[in-house]
Design a protein around this ligand. Structure first.
Ligand code: CA
Length: 460
């Protein structure tokens, strides 16, 4: 399978080099490109040797809510204006059905030219040869400057033949999602508690706990808080900040049974079990942390950039801060999600498909529209650090988003796994710790061998 897909990729590259009459490119076949007398005329590069007016239809499939669909319809209309010979057939699938739909299309050989791809799927598809190696397209494009795109986002879509994160590019980022710590300013003001710091390392777990205790209130004295200090605290943030790891991908060793991990997990569990500043499972089922925050009954919570439009409607003040640092290390961390655009290795119009992916990922006007609608942080660095940061809408401290992207955000745990059962098993059983049935130390000692077995089975 692997050598076959590599061979196909090589043919594709050779073909492209010939068609674009490239000399001195940076592709892996540098120097091997034959000079083809049938090459296209100069200045005809973008049409890959075809008549530029020949109509081309490319299929694009994504997922998302109706709002996202509307945005993409707009972006596609702008693309079609810029490339009058290209028609984009756009399908938006409900997020829950997307994965199954893609699997079906792949097995029936009907992969769309351009489509969304996330972490574990990116890995599987790249390895199976489903995705086009777009490195040489990127090296030759004049549509954007690759140095002006977050490296942290681009690297998610690299594949070196065996691992994700290095090698040639097989996708472009749709977005980066810095998972941020958000707080209700009004509740902090009412309780006379100073706001969390936006600077990483300033505010520790201890500071957070002290604030959460002051912000947990039982109004009617029935013993159940009507307002909580903190909810849905990120386990990844606690573990990574404490110097722990879920897994060492270099060796494939699951590390949840190490003290840095289970101490952090116990800290998160104790926010409820011991300190009662976070809703327990029963309270969470009655009203989830998101709704509680929206209702003004939760002081500290988490958000992604995509939550902005809903939060803009809130009747109270809010802002984002750095995730609290572990007092053991002084460090903080959080995850930086991402979704990407990939091009099918079987696309009959790879240049146009690449152009669409590049337009959706990196076109200046599209990126501007996207952030103004509160969908994402721009993929373009100069835009993110300029007009996006100056934007006159919450969160006020937008630098936190950028700090996460540049400094302490990390790919979600599954980003480098083909098969995620090892982590699914952990998450499905973690309630034993959250409800106090087991200590984090005992639980992780018990489940580590099972996780290791599943990881080895699905990923080695
Ligand atoms: Ca109460």
């Amino acid at each position: 399978m692997k050598s076959k897909s590599k061979f196909a990729g090589m043919i594709m590259l050779l073909l492209m080099f010939a068609l674009t009459a490239c000399s001195g490119g940076n592709g892996p076949n540098d120097g091997a490109a034959p000079s083809n007398p049938d090459t296209s005329t100069p200045g005809n590069e973008a049409s890959a040797g075809q008549d530029p007016k020949e109509p081309v239809t490319i299929e694009f499939m994504g997922h998302g809510n109706p709002n996202e669909k509307k945005i993409f319809e707009k972006l596609i209309a702008s693309f079609e204006e810029k490339y009058p010979n290209v028609t984009v057939k756009y399908t938006s699938v409900p997020p829950g059905e997307y994965s199954q739909k893609m699997t079906t299309l792949i097995s029936s050989g009907k992969v769309p030219d351009v489509f969304y791809v996330g972490g574990p799927e990116f890995y599987r598809f790249a390895e199976a040869g489903t995705l086009l190696n777009i490195q040489s397209y990127l090296d030759q494009t004049s549509l954007f400057n690759p140095d002006n795109v977050w490296k942290q986002a681009m690297d998610r879509y690299r594949f070196d033949g065996s691992k994700v994160g290095a090698g040639d590019l097989y996708g472009l980022p749709k977005d980066v999602g810095p998972w941020s710590f958000v707080y209700n300013k009004d509740l902090f003001d009412e309780a006379g508690v100073p706001y969390p710091s936006a600077t990483a390392g300033d505010w520790t777990w201890d500071d957070m706990l002290e604030a959460a205790q002051k912000l947990t209130v039982d109004d009617n004295g029935d013993g159940k808080p009507d307002q909580y200090g903190v909810g849905a605290y990120s386990l990844e943030s606690a573990v990574w900040g404490n110097g722990g790891e879920y897994i060492d991908y270099a060796t494939g060793t699951v590390k949840v049974n190490e003290p840095e991990f289970y101490e952090a997990m116990q800290f998160v569990a104790d926010l409820n079990l011991k300190h009662k500043v976070s809703p327990n499972q029963e309270a969470e089922q009655a009203m989830n942390a998101y709704t509680r925050f929206i209702n003004g009954q939760l002081a500290m919570f988490a958000m992604g950039p995509w939550d902005q439009p809903a939060f803009w409607e809130l009747p109270f003040g809010w802002d984002i801060a750095a995730w609290p640092a572990s007092p053991n290390t002084g460090q903080t961390a959080t995850w930086l999600g991402s979704m990407g655009f990939a091009v099918s290795a079987k696309s009959k119009h790879p240049q146009e498909a690449f152009d669409l992916a590049a337009f959706l990922s990196l076109d200046e006007q599209g990126q501007r529209e996207n952030y103004q609608l509160g969908q994402a942080v721009p993929n373009l660095i100069d835009m993110a650090e300029g007009e996006f940061k100056e934007m006159d809408k919450g969160p006020q401290t937008r630098q936190v988003f950028l700090d996460i992207i540049q400094d302490y955000g990390r790919p979600d745990v599954v980003a480098f796994s083909k098969d995620t059962q090892w982590l699914d098993t952990f998450n499905q059983n973690a309630s034993k710790v959250w409800n106090g049935e087991m200590s984090a130390k005992d639980f992780t000692a018990q489940i580590q061998p099972k996780m290791q077995e599943l990881y080895d089975k699905g990923n080695k």
